[in-house]
Design a protein around this ligand. Structure first.
Ligand SMILES: Cc1ncc(C[n+]2csc(CCOP(=O)(O)OP(=O)(O)O)c2C)c(N)n1
Length: 424
C-alpha cells in the first residue's frame, strides 16, 4: 500500500476509534500540526511514535494495511450482544459514488420484492399452501441485493436460504419461485423440494446446498474450474455466522486463499444461528478477522446499508478479478423472524430486537432516497402496491396449476445405465 493511502487509513481509523482530531493527533505524536501535515504530504510515517501513542489502534491499522484490509467499522459500533445501546443514534446510510439514481431505484425495487415475497410466503405458510419451511430473510435485503448487484450478470452466485434478494437482482422468474414453494408445475426443483434449495443455471444461480458449509467448497471449485478454463469469472457465495463455524468453511476459504481464487465469501452475520447467539458461536471479535489467518482480504460492513454493502462487495469483486484472491466480507445484520416460520424466536432479548428495528434496511434506504430527492414517499408506496398486485396475481395463477406428475419423483434419482452391446 502506498504511504499516502496508509496515512488516509490511519487518519480515518484513529479518528473513528479514538475520536482524535488532527490537532490532537499531532499533540499525541509530539509534533506540531504543521509537521504532521508535512509527514502526510511527503508520505513519511513515524511508525514508532504512532505505536507509542496508539499502541492497539495503530498496530491494528498498520497490520490491516499491510494485509490489504481497507476498512473496519469504528470500535464500539457493533452492539454488544448482551446489552445493545437501544438509544444509540442510527447512522446516516452511505451513498456510493458509483451509483446513478436509476440504479438506486433498481436496488430499492429488488429490496421491496424480497420483503414482499417473504410477507406473502409467511401468510401462505399459515394457510397451509407452502410445502416445506419458510426461511424469511427480512432484515437481510440490503446484504443480498447490494452484494449480488456488484457482480456482472455472467458471474455465478451461490445464494443461501436468506438471499432471495439476490434472485431478484438476477431477474428471477417470480412464478418459478412460487411454483417451487407450492411444489407446482414449473417449480425450479420439479416439485421435489419445497424449501430454498434451488438452482437456476440459466441465470448462473447455483446452490443452495442444505448442509451448512457444504456449498463453499463447491463455489470455490467453480472458481478453480473457471480459472482452468481461462474464464474471466468472479464467484460470489454466502454463508451464515453459524455456517462459518463448520470445517468445510475453513477448508474452502483456506484453499481459495492458497490458490488466490476469484471468490467473494459473504458472511451474513445475523446474530443467531437458529437459537444460538454469536457469543456462543465463536470467540473472535469479527468473523472477517479470520482473513488475517487465511492470508486473504477481509472487511466488515453494516449489512443493513445497501450502498455500503455494494461498495464493499464491488471492491472485493475488483480485487478478485485483478487476481488478488478471495475476500471474507462480513455483513452485520439481524434475522428479524425466527429461523423459519415454525420458530417464534422467543429467545431473542427484547433490547436486541428494538436495536435492530431502528435499523430496518428497507426503511433506512427509503428514507435516504426521499431525502435526496430520488423518489417521493408516494412513488415508493406506488411501487410497493404494484409489486403486491403482481405477487397476488402470480400466487393466484400458480396455485391453480397442477402438481407435477408422480413420475417426476423418480427423475434424476438414479443414473440409468446405458445398455451394452448385448442389450444388458
Ligand atoms: C450440517 C447441518 N447441520 C444442521 C443443519 C440445520 N440448519 C440449517 S440452517 C441452521 C442454522 C444456520 O445458522 P446460520 O449459518 O447462522 O444462518 P442463518 O439461518 O442465521 O441465516 C441449521 C442448524 C443443516 N442444514 N446442516
Amino acid at each position: 500500500m502506498h504511504a499516502a493511502q496508509l496515512w488516509e487509513l490511519l487518519l480515518e481509523r484513529l479518528q473513528n476509534e479514538c475520536g482524535c482530531s488532527r490537532a490532537e493527533l499531532a499533540a499525541r505524536l509530539g509534533s506540531s500540526e504543521q509537521e504532521l501535515e508535512r509527514w502526510i504530504a511527503e508520505g513519511m510515517l513515524p511508525v514508532e511514535r504512532l505505536l507509542r501513542a496508539f499502541p492497539q489502534e495503530a498496530a491494528r491499522a498498520l497490520r490491516d494495511a499491510v494485509l490489504g484490509i481497507p476498512k473496519r467499522p469504528p470500535q464500539g459500533w457493533r452492539p454488544s450482544p448482551q446489552q445493545p445501546d437501544v438509544e444509540a443514534p442510527v447512522k446516516e446510510p452511505w451513498r456510493s459514488p458509483a451509483l446513478s439514481d436509476v440504479q438506486r431505484r433498481f436496488l430499492l425495487e429488488c429490496m421491496i420484492w424480497a420483503r414482499e415475497f417473504d410477507l406473502a410466503l409467511i401468510r401462505l405458510y399459515r394457510q397451509g399452501r407452502v410445502f416445506g419451511g419458510v426461511f424469511a430473510q427480512i432484515g437481510n435485503e440490503a446484504t443480498a441485493v447490494g452484494t449480488a448487484y456488484a457482480l456482472r450478470p455472467t458471474d455465478p452466485i451461490f445464494p443461501m436460504h436468506r438471499d432471495i434478494g439476490a434472485h431478484f437482482v438476477r431477474g428471477q422468474d417470480l412464478k418459478a419461485l412460487l411454483a417451487t414453494h407450492f411444489a407446482r408445475q414449473g417449480s425450479l426443483t420439479r416439485g421435489t423440494d419445497g424449501t430454498v434449495h434451488y438452482a437456476d443455471p440459466a441465470r448462473r444461480i447455483y446452490g443452495n446446498i442444505s448442509h451448512l458449509g457444504a456449498m463453499l467448497p463447491v463455489a470455490v471449485g467453480y472458481a478453480l474450474a473457471a480459472r482452468l478454463r481461462g474464464e474471466d469469472t468472479v464467484v460470489l457465495t454466502y454463508i451464515g455466522d453459524g455456517g462459518a463455524q463448520t470445517g468445510e468453511f475453513h477448508e474452502a476459504v483456506n484453499f481459495a486463499a492458497v490458490q488466490r481464487l476469484p471468490v467473494v465469501v459473504v458472511i451474513e452475520n445475523n446474530q443467531y444461528a437458529y437459537s444460538t447467539p454469536n457469543q456462543l458461536e465463536y470467540a473472535c471479535e469479527f468473523l472477517a478477522d479470520r482473513a488475517l489467518g487465511y492470508g486473504c482480504f477481509g472487511e466488515v460492513v453494516d449489512g443493513t446499508d445497501v450502498e455500503l454493502v455494494y461498495d464493499a462487495c464491488r471492491r472485493a469483486v475488483e480485487r478478485a478479478r485483478a487476481g488478488e484472491g478471495p475476500t471474507l466480507l462480513e455483513t452485520i445484520t439481524f434475522r428479524v423472524r425466527g429461523h423459519a416460520e415454525h420458530d417464534d424466536a422467543g429467545y431473542v432479548p427484547e433490547p436486541i430486537r428494538r436495536y435492530w428495528e431502528a435499523r430496518d434496511p428497507l426503511q433506512r434506504y427509503e428514507q435516504l432516497l426521499q431525502r435526496h430527492g430520488v423518489l417521493t414517499a408516494q412513488q415508493i408506496e406506488q411501487l410497493r402496491q404494484q409489486i403486491r398486485e403482481q405477487l397476488r396475481a402470480a400466487v393466484e395463477e400458480v396455485l391453480a396449476r397442477p402438481y407435477p406428475p408422480p413420475e417426476e419423483a423418480y427423475r434424476n434419482v438414479f443414473i440409468e445405465p446405458e445398455a451394452d452391446s448385448q442389450g444388458h
